[in-house]
Design a protein around this ligand. Structure first.
Ligand code: MOS
Length: 732
């Protein structure tokens, strides 16, 4: 099904099942431990041996020799594969680093060997008996130093927040020089780790030249092609299966060393091999959100109208890596006739930087939305009013192009009312509650809505059960549930008559989970398949397709009414289709919007920051399931608090690695850090987004949160911190 005109009415609009706050159908499996994660899939193939991955002890250079004698004769060892056993393997899709093969070391904890043994402990013990001779080279590890000469670089991937190296509209320099009120400040965000609960893990088994990977992966179709490319085998010989995923946040958008090394190890050991990257290996072996240095200049008239806005961002990466596109939201968020956006990329020899939840916007808004707060103060304007004043309904770079639907102002107004914004004391450091200095902050959230094709297959059996099959993944987001809701609504059956099977590359290729595009596109694919199944049903029953109603497990037309199951009495009905998109996303800018309000307390003596309450108001099209959507947003708000107050991969600038590479040293918020959270969704639909009229919320939820916290800390203390995270040493 091709979607190229705005959606009209469809069975989805009944909202009998879609739009309801249905509990996650995988919830009971998750909470009872009966939803196995990759490493726990003991039953999928017999004879699983254990693999253990060894990481490089240097950040840059070469391996000159590996001494395996002791490891080979250690108890239980079945096989050892080292990076010297083969030339450098191809890079997979979206990978900046080479994952294995050859003597060259690109980054610390790069995988250099896998040991296979009968038990995990034997594999680990043997791995640490391998002695490695290195020839280290000097590397570049300091973003601030390298930023000085970093060239302008764009991101032409067409994904997410991609964009050209530089965008100029009007005459920024002239307008900025002429502006009555100006701001020129720099902000930094640190390297961050996804810190998802489930580590990267894979069980690999070969049957002849066919490879099966039971793994933990967000994007099954990409990753199937990727692992085939890396290993140099045909993609049709690979099967990936990833039905349950313990979080990804972008870390599992692509193939990583766990999958490659499990496959190589299984081949060498002639046994299925399971392995997980150990927690201490993940920060440096896999990917992270790159640090940024951002300069923002804003010029405005005395009445608060922005006349000039510039956002320049520099990030670092391996030579073949992409940049952190931190200026993307600034291109679209506020009006202003004269504009300059620029992105620079500094070559670094740190581990690979790549996508992490809302890549681009998340760190970009941490800077932009603090700058907006500072500018409002300079203008003597309320920060909510300042943002409303500079709202735009058209793309500021191309004023003929409108947003499909944009109600940022509605988010700000409703949020201000619900939060009690009018009770805030604008003057900083003026509210006390015992030893706490109390403040409130606001920031806007913005994230694009991406359209990407997605396929599904639906089956109807003689008992009236509808089964959906698609390689879509559920990374903890609720995909199982919203897909079941979609199929139930379309086929007119109760939710318990729908079975959903996900994450298997044998199923039709979906949008996958990334860039907050999963919910809208994957359900639209299921919608398309259900439209076909409805046609098959009416044809089978001899009904007129045009006036057939699917409801209560029946199909009705005129004065006839037949149980849906009847249509499959002579055999299962199967339909498959793909949603694909025309030009609606080009003719109209599709984005999602939020307003975040945060109250903090800062200990007057120690500088300790505690978040006291948070409110998010989101405008993101139709909300398919308010319960799972709320879960996504409160999780994202929590991650935003982490980014604001604690998360930072600390770089050892001499040796070139992230020092705090475990969950003891890399701190994320825990329950005790997170107070009352409230989420409100504006009641809206976006007919340009898909037949579902939905968008994404999962990445929107993190965008702007960090800045709202920082602005609240400023309001509480009068101390403006422009370097994240806002640890207490920066406040006292
Ligand atoms: Mo998201 S960073 O595209 O999983």
């Amino acid at each position: 099904m091709r979607f190229d005109t705005p959606a009209t009415t469809s069975p989805i609009d009944q909202l009998k099942v879609v739009g309801q706050p249905t509990d996650r159908i995988d919830g009971p499996y998750k909470t009872t431990g009966t939803a196995p994660y990759a490493y726990e899939r003991h039953d999928v193939v017999p004879g699983q041996a254990y693999g253990f991955v060894l990481g490089s002890g240097i950040a840059k250079g070469r391996i000159t020799a590996m001494h395996l004698e002791e490891a080979k004769t250690a108890p239980g060892v079945l096989a050892i594969v080292t990076t010297l056993d083969m030339p450098r393997l191809e890079r997979g899709m979206m990978n900046a680093a080479y994952l294995f093969g050859g003597p060259v070391i690109q980054h610390y904890h790069q995988a250099i060997a896998v040991v296979v043994a009968e038990t995990f402990e034997q594999a680990r013990a043997a791995a640490y008996l391998i002695r490695v001779d290195y020839q280290p080279e000097a590397g570049k590890f300091d973003l601030a130093a390298e930023a000085l000469n970093a060239p302008l670089v764009g991101d032409d991937s067409g994904e997410g927040s991609s964009g050209p190296p530089e965008v100029r509209v009007g005459d920024f320099e002239g307008a900025f020089a002429a502006a009555a009120v100006t701001l020129d400040e720099s902000y930094t965000t640190p390297d961050e780790s996804h810190a998802m609960m489930e580590p990267h893990a894979t069980i690999a088994a070969w049957h002849g030249d066919r490879l099966t990977l039971w793994t933990s992966n967000q994007m099954i179709a990409w990753s199937k092609r990727s692992i085939a490319k890396i290993l140099g085998i045909p993609a049709e010989n690979v099967r990936l299966d990833s039905p349950y995923i313990g979080g990804g946040f972008g870390a599992k958008l692509f193939i990583r060393a766990d999958a490659v090394l499990a496959a190589l190890a299984a081949k060498a050991a002639h046994r299925p091999v399971k392995l997980a990257l150990t927690r201490p290996l993940i920060a440096n072996n896999t990917t992270h959100r790159p640090a940024t240095i951002q300069r923002i200049r804003i010029g405005a008239n005395r009445d608060g109208t922005i006349t000039a806005i510039a956002h320049e961002s520099t990030s670092g990466n391996l030579a073949e890596g992409k940049l952190e596109t931190a200026v993307s939201q600034t291109r679209l968020l506020y009006a202003g006739a004269n504009r300059l956006m620029a992105m620079r990329l500094a070559p670094l020899d740190l581990p690979e930087g790549n996508a992490m939840r809302a890549p681009g916007e998340a760190p970009g808004m941490m800077a932009l939305e603090v700058a907006m707060d500072e500018m409002a103060e300079k203008l003597g304007l309320d920060p909510v009013q300042f943002r409303i004043l500079n709202d735009t309904q058209v793309d500021p770079e191309n004023r003929d192009r409108r947003f499909s639907h944009r109600d940022l102002v509605g988010c700000l107004r409703l949020g201000a009312e619900r939060f009690g914004w009018d009770k805030r004391t604008p003057k900083p450091a003026h509210v006390r509650d015992g030893h706490w200095l109390v403040g409130a902050g606001v920031a806007v959230g913005f994230r694009n809505n991406l359209l990407t094709k997605s396929a599904a297959r639906v089956r109807l059996d003689h008992e009236g059960v509808v089964t959906v099959e698609t390689d879509m993944t559920d990374i903890g987001t609720g995909s199982y549930t919203i897909i079941a809701q979609t199929a139930a609504e379309m086929m007119g059956v109760a939710l318990d008559k729908v079975a959903v099977r996900l994450g298997d590359s044998a199923f039709p290729a979906s949008a996958g989970s990334g860039g907050q595009w999963g919910a809208n596109n994957a359900t639209a694919g299921v919608y398309a398949a259900c439209v076909k199944l409805r046609e098959a049903v009416t044809q089978q029953l001899g009904f007129n397709a045009a006036d057939a109603v699917f409801s209560d497990g029946e199909v009705r037309s005129g004065n006839r009414s037949v149980a849906l199951a009847e249509a499959a009495s002579a055999g299962e009905l199967v339909a498959e289709d793909l949603i694909e998109y025309g030009d609606l996303a080009k003719t109209h800018q599709q984005s999602t919007f939020a307003a975040h309000f945060v109250e903090v307390g800062v200990d007057a003596a120690t500088g300790e920051v505690r978040v006291r309450r948070m409110l998010a108001v989101c405008a993101a099209g139709r909300i398919l399931n308010p319960k799972s959507a709320r879960s996504q947003v409160i999780g994202a708000m929590t991650m935003g608090v982490g980014a604001a107050l604690m998360e930072e991969l600390v770089v050892d600038k001499r040796r070139g690695f992230f020092v705090n590479h475990d969950l003891a040293g890399y701190e994320v918020p825990v329950h005790a850090d997170i107070p009352h959270q409230e989420v409100i969704f504006l009641d809206e639909v976006d007919p340009m987004s898909s037949p579902m009229k939905a968008k994404g919320v999962a990445e929107l939820g993190i965008c702007g949160v960090g800045a709202a916290v920082a602005n609240a800390v400023y309001n509480a203390t009068g101390v403006r911190v422009r370097d994240y995270p806002l640890t207490l040493d920066k406040l006292i």
